[in-house]
Design a protein around this ligand. Structure first.
Ligand SMILES: [Zn+2]
Length: 297
């Protein structure tokens, strides 16, 4: 079987702070190792059920050159390179096609606007751990056919274009309920940490998450083989509506052919297939940037 792994970093073991997310950060080198470790654990777990399984991993965070190829499991190949429209129009799902059977999402995080409400918490609810959707500085809400979604449902719908279900999602605790609400269900969720706020979490060490992710991936492949997983298939044609933070961003985004202005700070795309809508939506978001940001170079 062939398994597509879309890999982000914010939900990975031990990742809590911006300093860990970009190459200029002092703790970035260690973060890359943690990210690669989570992916390898997912591969090892899947191989327990299908020793002949093949994997393609898409590096889906920031500069998209984070995962350490030299440490990646030999059963995998890796999509490396920035998500320019020319390069990587499917962004975090680049490399996926109808040759795959199953998808895993590692290091995923909760959507833009997530609030944490721990039991007994009094006062203002803190934001979710490193929560955002695609580009944190640009997007405040992303709706698919009217439902607010994060990157998990967005990419689940993209791989659903080829009827590929998501079997495993790995991330911080608040991503669990988000996936319950926006994925078709049946997937395995593995929690790497309990979020306290935007940049703090109670983290399990890699020695522990390695076991949890291996077991989760094993269970996901078993569920797939038992026919228990369903692909996310939004009603077609699908509409993706993006609410941005500033009017100027929408001004720029709606210059892309096929992008419609639906409000002062909202734009929308509609397409007969989810992958086509996602490419158009990503193109609009890239064009909405004020200048070439470091993560696109
Ligand atoms: Zn992300």
């Amino acid at each position: 079987m062939r398994i597509f792994i879309s890999a982000d970093i914010e939900g990975c073991t031990g990742i809590v702070h911006r300093d860990q997310l970009m190459p200029e950060g002092k703790t970035y080198a260690a973060a890359r190792k943690l990210m690669t470790g989570d992916i390898n654990a997912a591969i090892v777990g899947a191989l327990r059920v299908d020793p002949a399984a093949e994997f393609v991993v898409c590096d889906g965070h920031g500069v998209m050159r984070n995962i350490l190829l030299e440490e990646l499991h030999e059963a995998a190949q890796l999509v490396i390179g920035p998500a320019t429209v020319e390069n990587k129009p499917l962004c975090q799902s680049q490399g996926c096609d109808d040759s795959f059977d199953l998808a895993f999402f590692t290091g995923y995080h909760s959507r833009a606007g997530t609030l944490l409400r721990p039991e007994g918490f009094v006062g203002q609810a803190p934001g979710g751990l490193l929560s955002h959707t695609w580009v944190g500085s640009t997007i405040c809400n992303f709706r698919m056919n009217g439902q607010v979604v994060g990157e998990a449902a967005l990419n689940a719908a993209v791989v659903g274009t080829w009827d590929i279900p998501v079997g495993l999602v790995v991330g911080a605790h608040e991503l669990g309920p988000e996936c319950e609400q926006t994925l078709p269900g049946g997937h395995v969720f593995v929690q790497t940490k309990t979020s306290y706020g935007p940049t703090c979490a109670l983290c399990l060490p890699p020695a522990k998450t390695k076991k949890l992710i291996e077991d989760g991936a094993e269970e996901a492949v078993k569920r797939f083989k038992a026919g228990k997983l369903k692909a996310l298939k939004p009603k077609l044609p699908v509409t993706m509506e993006i609410e941005v933070y500033r009017r100027e961003m929408a001004d720029k985004a709606c210059r892309v052919a096929g992008v419609e202005r639906t409000g002062e700070r909202t734009i929308a795309v509609t397409a007969p297939r989810v992958d086509q809508a996602a490419v158009l939506a990503w193109t609009a978001v890239v064009r909405a940037q004020d200048e070439d940001p470091a993560w696109l170079k």
